[in-house]
Each structure stands twice: as C-alpha cells, then as structure tokens.
Design a binder for this molecule. Structure first.
Ligand code: SF4
Length: 340
C-alpha cells in the first residue's frame, strides 16, 4: 500500500486518539503516504502530526448529509490514486466520499449499516465493553480480529518555536512568562465541566503560592462565558477563550508550565504536547478516553453513578465534578509545578 486517505473524526480529542493508528499504519507500511480529510476545526491538529502528509480541510457540517459537497470532494480525490481509505466516524455519510471517489479498499467499523460503502468492516465493540479509544481506532490498521501490539505510540504534536514566539508576542505575553492554562470548556456538555467557581478558587490558591505565574483561560467562543465567570472572582486571570485560533491555543499550551483541563479536545492537545496537566473527569471515563501522557494527572471520583456518559447530570447534583474540591486539584498541580 502506497497512499491512504483517512476520514478524520469530528472531534479534536478523537482525532488525537486516532494518531496511534496512523503510527501503526506507518510502522506496517513505512513508505505509506497518509492524507486526511478533516473538518476545518479539527484540521490544525492533524496538520501537526508527523505521520500525516497533507490535510484537506472540509466545511462539511457535523450531522448533515450535504450530498453535493461530498460529491465534489469525491471528484477532487478521484485523481489522487489512493489505495485505501480509513473511515473513522461511524456514520453512513462519512463513508460516502471514499466510495464515490472509487478508492478500492475502504476500512471502518460497521457503524450505521455501511454495507457496500465499506469493504473491510470491523465489528463494533459492545457499549458496555468499550476499549480505550486509542485501541478502538488502532485496530483498523489490522485485519478484523487482529492482535494489537503491546504498546501503542502516544499522540504527539509538532511544535514550531518561531511560531510560538510570534503567537506570544501577538497576545502581549513577554518571553519567559510562566503560564498556567485553564481549559474550562467541554463541547460535549455541562456534565464534563468542572464548575467555574472551583476554577476561580483554584486560581486564588495558585496566585498565593506562585505569584509569578500568569494564568490564562483557553477555549472556543462558546467557553468565553464560563471563563468570564472565573475572571469575575479571579480578575488577574486573562480570558483568552474565543480569542485564539486552535493553532494559537496549541502554541500557548506548548509554552505553559502546566494546565488544568476538563475531558475535552484541549486536554488531549495538552497531553500530545506532553505538558503537565491535571485532567478533571466528570460524567465520562478516563479508562476510555484518558489524556495520553505520562505528564498528566487524572482527577476522577468514580462515584457509583459514574461514568454515566450524559451531557447533563441526570441526577441533578453533578457531584462527580462539584465534589472535586479546588484544594484537591491545587495539591496535584503543585506537585506537577514543583516537578517542572
Ligand atoms: S449521574 Fe453521576 S456521573 Fe453522571 S453527571 Fe451526575 S454525578 Fe456525574
């Protein structure tokens, strides 16, 4: 196999958890060129993966068929001469482009009845026995039922010091500033978001112990409101949510001394940059989607009701997150900062 196309997942975190698949594909076919078709909000992280040759960013919206746009993409890709396509999302529509582009080998999970669209279909794992996501994706490199290697390579993103310096300058961050980043958002829903009030108390504790540190919040425009709540009680925190591109956020995380993240795309980005972080888990399961880095410390209470995988707390109390006291995160973060 010489050339493969990956249809990338729609979430930043999933795209990063798929990176060990790309490493495994390269290990099995050293001269393989891997290109990726990715939503434009995910494309920047794929462009920083050493295994990926080129990324085609798409405007295709999550959950919409957009048949004519898919036909156009298929036409464009027809002449690229791909030997295989790896379809990572489970939807029927995500398998359309490789089929319409005439790519001979089309690999993916069975997903939404994709008979005909895919010709190598892996069995979907049962919902109550979900393997870690990196294993789930990495299995696509093997024949169905094949055995994964003992260890998979952790995700890792390229950084560019010159770009980082420019990003810091653009945001008025002097060189040598010791940044601590808070990533208070989680696109999935409130049951994954540590309370803003807890972030604010943590910020106050950090200010007392590490007065030299500049704290910033990072996230999308949707997270700006949560970040504003933090800043209301901790006005020395700089709210950059909604002001950075994803590439800027990657640069700022790469230069941060440590971060505190919810289970979100930026948590996986921080892990792929191997920066120290405390990763706070609520309704989700760190055994399934952990931050893949030795530098990460996980806070998860594993209550009886947890993980429920819900967007909002079905019990109405959100104890899985509220009971993670700022003091607990502070103690972990202090360990990481002292180690750094
Ligand atoms: S049910 Fe439990 S795990 Fe789910 S959101 Fe509520 S407190 Fe968290």
């Amino acid at each position: 196999m010489k050339k493969a196309l990956v249809i990338a997942p729609n979430w930043i975190g999933d795209a990063l958890m798929a990176q060990p698949l790309f490493s495994l594909m390269k290990a099995r076919h050293p001269r393989l060129q891997i290109d990726a078709l990715a939503p434009k909000w995910v494309a920047p992280v794929l462009a920083r993966m050493p295994e990926i040759h080129q990324v085609f960013p798409s405007e295709l919206a999550h959950g919409k068929l957009q048949l004519s746009a898919r036909l156009m993409f298929a036409q464009q890709l027809k002449n690229e001469g791909y030997d295989a396509a790896y379809v990572l999302p489970n939807s029927l529509k995500s398998a359309l482009i490789p089929f319409l582009a005439g790519i001979p080998l089309r690999v993916g999970y069975r997903g939404e009845a994709r008979f005909g669209l895919l010709n190598i279909r892996h069995a979907n794992p049962p919902r109550d026995h979900r393997p870690p996501m990196i294993e789930h994706y990495a299995r696509l490199a093997l024949k169905p039922g094949g055995r994964l290697p003992e260890e998979l390579r952790e995700p890792h993103l390229r950084i560019d010091p010159a770009r980082m310096a420019k990003t810091a300058e653009r945001f008025g961050i002097p060189p040598q500033t010791r940044l601590i980043a808070f990533c208070p958002g989680a696109e999935f829903g409130p049951a994954k978001r540590w309370p803003a009030a807890h972030f604010a108390v943590l910020a106050q504790m950090l200010k007392r112990s590490f007065p030299y540190a500049q704290m910033i919040t990072l996230g999308s425009p949707k997270d700006a409101e949560i970040a504003a709540e933090i800043v209301k009680d901790a006005p020395f925190v700089r709210n950059l949510c909604g002001q950075t591109s994803l590439d800027d956020a990657v640069d700022l995380l790469a230069m941060s001394e440590a971060a505190v993240c919810n289970d979100s795309g930026l948590m996986h980005v921080t892990a792929a940059l191997n920066r120290p972080q405390v990763a706070v888990f609520g309704s989700s399961d760190p055994r399934h989607t952990p931050p893949l880095s030795q530098a990460a410390s996980i806070m998860w209470l594993q209550l009886e009701c947890s993980p429920c995988f819900k967007r909002e707390c079905p019990l109405g109390h959100l104890r899985c997150l509220k009971d993670i006291e700022p003091e607990m995160v502070f103690v972990e973060l202090r360990k990481l900062l002292h180690r750094a």
